[in-house]
Design a protein around this ligand. Structure first.
Ligand SMILES: Nc1ncnc2c1ncn2[C@@H]1O[C@H](COP(=O)(O)OP(=O)(O)O)[C@@H](O)[C@H]1O
Ligand SMILES: [Mg+2]
Length: 225
């Protein structure tokens, strides 16, 4: 059998001098191409787990291997993040002074693409998220759902193997939420990317291959659906 895309081994992360165990010994394997939903109450460690898998944060002990890279030994996590991971935040995190198109091009700075190629790729991605004609709008000139679609396009900018989304629709109304989540599901199928979504939405969980429940920094249930 091939090696899983993600291996998490006994991950521990504490805050407040050890008083808060955000992650309390999490072990987990995720195969390439899986669509995993992570659920759990607020404060259970979901964001901490995603941040460590994506190289945004480091664990205290334990190990994370993603696409053959041991993150604890990786001295250049920025490079890893730019090439391997696309991250979608709850509140889109677009740069307010840049247009939709420029926001999508930002991650491309880390890879070798000509300006022309970057522009073309960003336009194609915005078309994929149905934003043709709005490339030059500023984030404030877009609706919440449109902003989140720009964030989806930006996450795809460098053709990552792995897409992580942390409550990507937490700030949207339910109709817009359904659209953004539908889009993520389609992209997962089209590109065969690995998709991990933290969500409270039962609809997303339904579309996922696997649902992981987290409580108090531990996995309490992991089932294939
Ligand atoms: N930067 C931080 N400083 C102190 N405590 C934190 C920090 N980030 C998260 N925590 C704590 O770690 C625990 C897990 O948080 P988090 O991963 O954000 O949970 P979730 O995403 O499931 O709501 C919570 O108790 C939270 O208060
Ligand atoms: Mg969170």
């Amino acid at each position: 059998m091939s090696k899983p895309l993600i291996q998490v081994i006994d991950l521990v992360k504490t805050y407040d001098l050890g008083q808060t165990r955000a992650l309390d010994g999490i072990s987990l394997e995720i195969e390439s191409g899986e669509f995993v939903a992570i659920q759990g109450p607020s404060g259970s460690g979901k964001s901490t787990l995603l941040n460590i898998i994506s190289g945004l944060d480091r664990a205290e002990s334990g190990e994370v291997c993603v696409a053959g890279q041991r993150l604890s030994r990786n001295g250049d996590l920025a490079r890893f993040r730019a090439r391997t991971v696309g991250f979608i935040f709850q509140l889109h995190n677009l740069i307010p002074s840049l247009t939709a198109l420029e926001n999508v091009m930002i991650p491309m700075i880390e890879i070798e693409l000509s300006k022309k190629e970057a522009l073309q790729r960003a336009k194609t991605l915005l078309a994929r998220v149905s934003l043709t004609g709005k490339e030059h709008r500023m984030p404030t000139q877009l609706s919440g759902g449109e902003r989140q679609r720009v964030a989806v396009a930006r996450a795809l900018a460098n053709q990552p193997e792995l897409i992580l989304a942390d409550e990507p629709t937490g700030s949207l109304d339910s109709q817009t939420e359904a659209k953004v989540l539908g889009l993520l599901g389609e992209i997962h199928q089209e590109r065969n990317v690995t998709l991990i979504v933290v969500t409270h939405s039962p609809e997303v969980a339904q579309k996922a291959d696997r649902i992981i429940q987290v409580r108090d920094g531990k996995i309490v249930e992991d089932k294939r659906v």
